[in-house]
Write a new protein. Structure first.
Length: 210
């Protein structure tokens, strides 16, 4: 981990820092990292105006943190939160289980405890400076302390493909610092993850034992 960064676990104590990171008008500020914590989309929720979706996601995320049902790592530079990585056990992050492309590569039921690393966000001014990698290392260390197991990730195979997809969907190109992303393949390869299979048009399934 770059020495310029420190990390802390998401908790009721660090919730204000999480709020600060997700309240700065970034492209991911309305999500509050709730996407993977829901099993499926709610059509009623998706039809809400963006500000109302943000309020609902904020409220639900805070409740999950208070109940110990939301895990993640905050990355700090000079005491300020600049990045985030969400991780958690399988039952806490169930959304991937409902993707058809995942089912053929789903782990064996005897695989033991399964962990997931689903999302990263990085402040735009800290892009390409090791924030995501620092968050990933800290998340893996936390998983190890919790007893470890099989860890899954779903990174973007090709950032250019993601950019083209976002241009088609949103009308403009994203950057790593202003959208939530599942990370990049190289980040996970550097930590010993192996590529398992494609999962959707732009993501792949990767795994390792911790």
């Amino acid at each position: 981990m770059p020495t310029r960064y420190t990390t802390k676990e998401l908790s009721p104590k660090t919730w204000p820092d999480f709020e600060r990171l997700f309240s700065q008008g970034n492209g991911w500020d309305f999500c509050w990292c709730m996407h993977f914590q829901r099993a499926r989309s709610s059509s009623a929720h998706e039809k809400l105006p963006r500000p109302k979706r943000s309020m609902r996601n904020h409220r639900e995320k805070q409740a999950l943190v208070a109940a110990g049902r939301a895990h993640g790592v905050l990355v700090y530079a000079k005491g300020q939160p600049v990045g985030w990585c969400q991780y958690g056990p399988r039952d806490e992050l169930p959304r991937i289980d409902f993707r058809r492309s995942y089912l053929d590569s789903a782990p064996d039921p005897t695989a033991g405890k399964i962990w997931r690393i689903t999302c990263f966000v990085v402040m735009k001014s800290f892009r390409r400076q090791g924030v995501g990698s620092a968050a990933l290392q800290a998340a893996l260390a936390s998983i190890r302390k919790e007893g470890g197991g099989l860890v899954e990730a779903y990174p973007v195979l090709n950032w250019d493909d993601l950019r083209r997809s976002e241009i088609r969907r949103r009308g403009h190109a994203p950057s790593f610092g202003n959208v939530s992303t599942c990370g990049t393949v190289s980040m996970f390869q550097n930590q010993g993850f192996k590529l398992i299979a494609p999962i959707g048009p732009i993501n792949v399934l990767m795994r390792r034992i911790v």
